[in-house]
Design a protein around this ligand. Structure first.
Ligand SMILES: *Cc1c(COP(=O)(O)O)cnc(C)c1O
Length: 378
């Protein structure tokens, strides 16, 4: 029996992680604080961002970003946020959670938002742009930053794929007004479920900490808490959510972060092997811009007859992925269907080749040979 090869599979440093988790359990602190603070500090050191709040998911983080900007700047229900259809639905759900209107702009040659189409989609109701760093790519993020400045729009960076991505040699996270990372199990800094929200402005970081802890605010009583007597007292000025992360999951993140650069280097190696072994075919690879050192969250290729190719690979025990079926194909976003022809056409041809740390050179050879055997039939 040949082994099955999955598109994604997390690798955990089990003993090292369990040691930190044991520490949490022995001292009896598994919730927010302790390891979540350590994770936030280490993330700020690693990325160079000014603020970082550890959350239970990136989906939560994207919601927080939209909700806090909406509240602060007085955006109204039905106001517009420009986004990409070629993403995981979380990106666009975040807009809907706050009863705002996603407006899809088309993608460019990097499969990220096309600055020219973003400009065309701006209306008097546009309030923000959400840019997705697809597969760890920075696409034309710098141009989007300029457009947002010029039109006074907030920029939210969905960096769910971007742990370890560098733009012009610097880790991403300082370009947008807020950047949201995912540490979900199949992302390239795997925990089980968690994320990080990094606001440029410290005031929003403070608001986020309150919003993500049910709206609880201890500041009013901070002084009396110092003598230990009124720790139970707090104010709840607004209705918040329970979105914060905990110390058990943060322990997973702290260990994964230590290995992030090493892991991403191996992902780059896998992509290089795929390119080498498929160089004698006409398979197109999704390209990264020159100034982007991508995390290589996935390795996307484009083929015709995509569905049949995926079916045949699956029959050989190789399970590729598709990133993504565009959001405009799903019920809540049907009103945007037909507005992004390039995204629609590309998404029908996309395949993500297996890319994770347990894949060997031998596996890559088998995957490429299988793919070539399938393609000679077309
Ligand atoms: C995975 C993902 C998210 C959501 O991340 P979670 O941590 O699972 O909530 C958001 N956006 C994109 C592009 C993703 O791939």
């Amino acid at each position: 029996m040949t082994k099955n090869i999955q598109v994604f599979k997390p690798t955990y440093r089990v003993e090292e992680t369990l040691e930190l988790i044991r520490e949490c359990m022995e001292i009896g602190w598994t919730g927010m604080g302790f390891k979540t603070i350590e994770m936030e500090t280490k993330w700020k050191e690693y990325t160079g961002v000014a603020n970082a709040h550890f959350l239970n998911s990136a989906t939560a983080g994207l919601h927080v970003a939209v909700a806090l900007f909406k509240a602060k700047y007085g955006w109204e229900d039905g106001d517009e946020i420009i986004s990409t259809p070629l993403t995981f639905v979380s990106t666009n759900h975040a807009i809907k959670y706050e009863r705002m209107q996603p407006i899809f702009a088309d993608v460019d040659e990097y499969l990220c938002l096309d600055p020219e189409d973003v400009k065309r989609k701006i209306t008097p109701k546009t309030r923000a742009v959400i840019f997705v760093g697809l597969g760890g790519s920075t696409g034309q993020l710098e141009k989007i930053v300029e457009i947002c400045k010029e039109h006074n729009l907030k920029l939210i960076l969905d960096a769910a794929h971007m742990a370890g991505t560098r733009l012009n040699g610097k880790h991403v996270g300082n370009e947008a007004d807020v950047t949201v990372f995912s540490f979900q199990a199949v992302k390239n800094l795997p925990t089980s479920d968690s994320g990080m929200i990094c606001f440029k402005d410290a005031e929003f970081d403070k608001m986020a900490r309150e919003f993500c802890w049910l709206g609880i605010n201890k500041d009013t009583f901070a002084r009396s808490a110092n003598d230990g007597s009124y720790k139970w007292q707090y104010d709840v000025p607004t209705v918040g959510y329970k979105y914060h992360g905990n110390s058990i999951i943060a322990s997973m993140g702290i260990v994964a972060l230590k290995y992030l650069d090493q892991d991403n280097a191996y992902r780059r190696q896998l992509r290089a092997w795929y390119q080498e072994l498929l160089s004698d075919t006409n398979i197109e690879f999704m390209q990264y811009p020159e100034n982007c050192e991508s995390s290589n969250h996935f390795c996307a290729i484009m083929v015709d007859n995509r569905d049949e190719v995926v079916d045949k690979m699956t029959q050989s025990g190789i399970f590729p992925g598709v990133h993504y079926i565009p959001s405009n194909q799903y019920g809540p976003y049907k009103d945007q269907d037909g507005k992004t022809p390039k995204s629609d056409a590309i998404s029908k041809r996309l395949i993500s080749l297996p890319l994770h740390l347990q894949i060997t050179r031998e596996d890559v050879e088998r995957i490429c040979n299988t793919l070539k055997n399938i393609l000679v039939n077309y």
